[in-house]
Ligand binder design. Sequence first.
Ligand SMILES: [Cu+2]
Length: 452
Amino acid sequence: MSPDHDHHHHHDRDDERFDDASNTRPTGSNFIGEPSDDGVDRRGFLRCMAWAGTAAIWGMSGGVPKSFALGQLDSLTDAERKSIFFAQISDSHIGFAKEANKDVTATLQAAVARLNELPHRPALVLHTGDITQLAKPEEFDTANEVLRGVKTDRVFYVPGEHDVASDNGVSYLQRYGKGTKGGGWYSFDHSGVHFVGLVNVLNLKAGGLGSLGAEQIAWLKRDVAGLSSSTPIVLFAHVPLWTVYPEWGWGTDDSEQALTLLKRFGSVTVLNGHIHQIMQKVEGNVSFHTALSTAFPQPAPGTAPSPGPLKVEPERLKSVLGIANVTFVPGRGQLAIVDGTLSGAPPAIAEASHEAMMKRGANKPAAAHGPNEIGIDNFAFAPATLTVKSGTKVVWINDDDVPHLIVNVEGKFPSSKVLDTNQRHSVTLTAPGTYKYFCSLHPQMQGKIVVE
Ligand SMILES: [Cu+2]
């Protein structure tokens, strides 16, 4: 199962440098088949845990990781017995039906089945956003229908950009906003753990990353003000709250301000989605973790021209989709996170990315467009700068298999609706000048029209 390192003729990302930044990207060698309580350093431990699948529950015992085989729960201490066990589901993209996965409802159902077959039911489930592909009512209905089947007390949600793009979150808040503040953020306590659901997909700015905004950060400050520093904190939000890969928009502009408010806490666990693969980083008392998607994988950072749905060999799909299970044992430091794939095999994103990269030569050529047309492909506008005569109709055509939404930075022409594959948007500009625009779903995507 280890990738063949003799054939690295492509421009792969620099794994050494990536590790220096403390990001860990699991590779096949990190998988542990048998639970083990060998003393390993904490970072190594966390990296290994991500690969352990759903067969064991992990906790920290005197700073040393300890696994409990599920058949041996009788031998647990009282503290271990009082553990809270919860699960994370992410990026279900209900409504997506392209090559990478033609039946995302079925794979969400498979994720729910994986949860329901665990010997211990999760106390709660966190869904970290992109519940739907296009925020259509029927997509939310389908997601709710499937997630109603989870054997747990409650499913908590935060939105992804797909859930809020079409209407700035209005329909999302109608469904999930009860008891939340502002754009849908909230907190609650369970078994001594303080959970905070944050929203970082609203009001994104051209060229920016995910964003929390001043109002939400002020709320967070008030929310944690009265808590003892020994309270374990779980922050969950859609876009990673640390800078995973800014070139692809995988980070949050003002996450540092939020995390500064949590510096005094002994244990902070940050759970995110959005990137459809497992990434982890430990920084002081903060552990960051991103979950697999239940819908489709995305390439490892830097291994493709752009993010987006990654088509893998059909037999591999269920090894690149999954869920995360989290255990908190009172009196222990870190929360233990175990990622499980739908197949039960170790996550195979790195291998799948590698395969897809090797095959990329066979990709479709860029679509040909007319002189006043702007193609959208691989998360980019082509041409990035279009010069036209006053009064010319300019047309955008989405050739991507993900939706995009065009917003004029200066607000001088109306925004498009969410453009799905092959959909178009047009404007006719008469006043000479430069019009900058970007995609409000993927703010890294920017372009301009010069009207002469
Ligand atoms: Cu976009």
